[in-house]
Design a protein around this ligand. Structure first.
Ligand SMILES: [Zn+2]
Length: 237
């Protein structure tokens, strides 16, 4: 367990919150208070200041997420209460999918509870709400951040500036696991040791103890899920 990152086993799996603090300014438009890892907070504040100087508001869409929150997302998708999206961000008809197909379809866009990098508090989904047209609902799909999208200018700025503050984008490419997520930033000094500490044994044990939909199917495929989705992120360079 990486002592210098404050990440106990509970913190790594989102079941403790001793490693996170409140982000100072509530974001628009939800006014929800986000929590961030204590060590990532100063670096993110610096990145926000730099963004402001370049003409962007670096708003937080999501930062720390608890195990319970991730479990709710997972179970709602599995039960059909939330849409499961395909590779092109279009809703799938989950009624015709097998349990195994459903698990792997959900994993494209939503991580297993206990294995989400958002548990660590050093992962931040960002946007610039001021760049969106009035009334537009952010969907967090790559098209919004790609050339021609409302957030393309922000994305280009992120390309050139996040490394200076210690951040990188683990999902900048589709590597055959989690879909491309250009909005997802990761603070390396915490994320690198956290990733090492998230072992297959820890994730397996966490799922075994969870009240999660599709548990038997998940556990039957846990090694593939671990390799293809949990560990399969872009290199940090
Ligand atoms: Zn994210």
């Amino acid at each position: 367990m990486p002592a210098n990152t404050l990440l106990t086993t509970g913190a790594l799996t989102g079941q403790a919150q001793s490693h996170v603090i409140a982000l100072s300014a509530p974001p628009q438009p939800t006014q929800q208070q986000h929590l961030i890892h204590k060590h990532a907070q100063p670096a993110f504040a610096q990145l926000q200041t730099r963004a402001k100087q370049a003409g962007f508001n670096l708003d937080v869409v999501s930062c720390f997420r608890s195990f319970e929150q991730q479990l709710r997302i997972w179970n709602n998708k599995f039960n059909g209460l939330r849409p499961i999206l395909d590779h092109d961000s279009q809703p799938l008809d989950s009624a015709i999918l097998s349990e195994e197909q459903k698990v792997f379809a959900i994993l494209r866009w939503s991580m297993l509870p206990g294995a989400s990098r958002h548990h660590w508090g050093c992962e931040i989904d960002v946007c610039d709400y001021s760049a969106l047209p009035t009334g537009y609902q952010l969907q967090l799909i790559p098209q919004e951040y790609d050339e021609g999208g409302y957030l393309a200018a922000l994305s280009t700025w992120l390309d050139d500036n996040i490394a200076d503050c210690g951040f990188y984008r683990p999902y900048r490419q589709d590597l055959g696991g989690v879909s491309r997520e250009p909005w997802h930033l990761s603070y390396l000094p915490v994320a690198v040791p956290a990733q090492h500490a998230c072992t297959l044994a820890l994730i397996t044990e966490t799922i075994r103890n969870a009240d999660i939909q599709g548990k038997a199917t998940i556990l039957a495929n846990i090694e593939q899920i671990y390799t293809q989705y949990i560990c399969n992120v872009a290199a940090a360079s």
